[in-house]
Ligand binder design. Structure first.
Ligand SMILES: O=C([O-])CC(=O)C(=O)O
Ligand SMILES: [Mg+2]
Length: 414
């Protein structure tokens, strides 16, 4: 990152007040009567109503539009385990995006423990406060167990964004990239660098979308995950393939797709050059990709290149997913976010990229024309159509699969 950007980023967080969020009142609190209603004695009435009927919490409190963004800081972006407190700017950032793009209120909670049971117990005990729980930047493999247990214990949606948000957006962008390059997902060969939360979820959703598991070479720090390895946990074992390829160099030979969900600068130009014609590189490590777009494009002129960043074309980042997915889930009071809802979100994002781009979006991104193609495989986060398209798709899928407690709102009917 340039020194300018670094200092501007620190200033952005420091001024005009520290951090990126604040809490506003949503009712009048001007008169003595207002206070008598808002607090003692009036507050006793909603208390009694909720005690009698817990669903009334949605009617009388902010629960229904409130998401908790919860992390323990063990996998902050692609930066690694920097602790709970250091994750707070990212979690506040997710809150900013929730509010800015989908008018979802959120509060970040940094839980200072690396113990799975401790983490689950903490979240379970506070879950009722919220309409949904967005787990963020928790390292694998703990994140898998944490999410599984919390989904079982909570009757509100629990969603690990780095797994499913990233997977939904990746599948959306990948289907379009494959189409533009004239490749078939059923035969495309992919190298997935990284074997953490995002890598595992992206690979699974790509398999659901048609990719052949035998065509995926996943690599962790030890190299290709293959059936001969004895050091694999059960989550990595799912991706073990019978191959004699061992290193990233071996794996890249003839690959159609490179999907990076690992760390900065781990793919060289020499390795990129080994790919098949018309390759696709999604270098999604944040903030610094596995290979810089300029470096990759310098050696592969027929490449489709995407990163997780907003300052390059093709931003494949979970910001295109989580605000709208929760909007849809909250609007029909979903009890969970199931596979059908995830796939519906991916297809909604994919399809939106093919529509003409409104001038407001073009202007917001510097004025250069944007149309479906190599440098525009996925909509821009500023595209206001995402809200209705993705939230609506999620809400409809929830109703169809029987996990919605409310009827489909008029605005989502098609
Ligand atoms: O915050 C972002 O830009 C995307 C994300 O969830 C991550 O990298 O962990
Ligand atoms: Mg994250």
């Amino acid at each position: 990152m340039s020194n300018d950007l670094k200092q501007d980023a620190l200033d952005y967080h420091a001024y005009p007040t520290p951090g990126k969020l604040s809490i506003e009142l949503s009712t009048d609190a001007l008169t003595a009567r207002d206070l008598a209603l808002a607090y003692s004695p009036g507050v006793a009435e909603p208390v009694k109503a909720i005690a009698e009927n817990p669903e009334d919490a949605y009617k009388y409190t902010m629960k229904g539009n409130l998401v908790a963004v919860i992390s323990n800081g063990t996998a902050i972006l692609g930066l690694g385990n920097l602790g709970a407190l250091a994750s707070k700017p990212v979690m506040e950032g997710k809150g900013l995006l929730f509010k800015r793009f989908a008018n979802v209120d959120s509060i970040d909670i940094e839980v200072d423990t690396t113990d799975v049971d401790d983490f689950v117990k903490t979240v379970e005990n506070i879950a009722e406060t919220f309409g949904g729980i967005n787990l963020e930047d928790i390292k694998a493999p703990e994140c898998f167990e944490i999410e599984k247990q919390l989904i079982e214990k909570c009757n509100i949606p629990v969603f690990h964004d780095d797994q499913h948000g990233t997977a939904i957006v990746t599948v959306a962008g990948m289907l379009n990239a494959l189409e533009i390059q004239g490749k078939d997902i059923k035969t495309a060969k992919m190298v997935c660098l990284g074997a953490g939360a995002a890598a595992s979820a992206c690979s699974k959703l790509l398999i659901t979308a048609g990719m052949n598991p035998q065509n995926i070479f996943m690599l962790d720090r030890q190299g290709v995950i293959h059936t001969g390895r004895t050091d694999l946990n059960k989550y990595k074992q799912e991706f073990a393939v019978d191959t004699d390829r061992r290193t990233l160099d071996d794996a890249m030979e003839g690959a159609d797709i490179f999907l990076g969900l690992s760390g900065p600068n781990l793919l060289t130009q020499e390795q990129a050059k080994k790919m098949a014609p018309k390759p696709i590189i999604f270098a999604c490590s944040n903030p610094d990709p596995e290979i810089a777009p300029a470096e990759a494009l310098a050696v592969l002129d027929d490449l489709i290149m995407a990163t997780g960043r907003s300052d390059f074309p093709n931003q494949v980042n979970n910001v295109l997913g989580f605000p709208f997915i929760f909007r849809g889930a909250l609007d029909i009071r979903a009890t969970r976010i199931n596979e059908e809802m995830k796939l519906a979100a991916a297809h909604a994002i994919k399809d939106l990229a093919k529509l003409e781009v409104p001038q407001g979006v073009v202007d917001a991104y510097g004025g250069d024309p944007l149309s479906y193609g190599k440098e525009y495989i996925i909509p821009k986060p500023m595209d206001e159509r995402l809200l209705n398209a993705v939230a609506g798709a999620v809400a409809r899928a929830a109703v169809e699969t029987g996990v919605a407690k409310l009827a489909l709102p008029e605005k989502y009917k098609i």
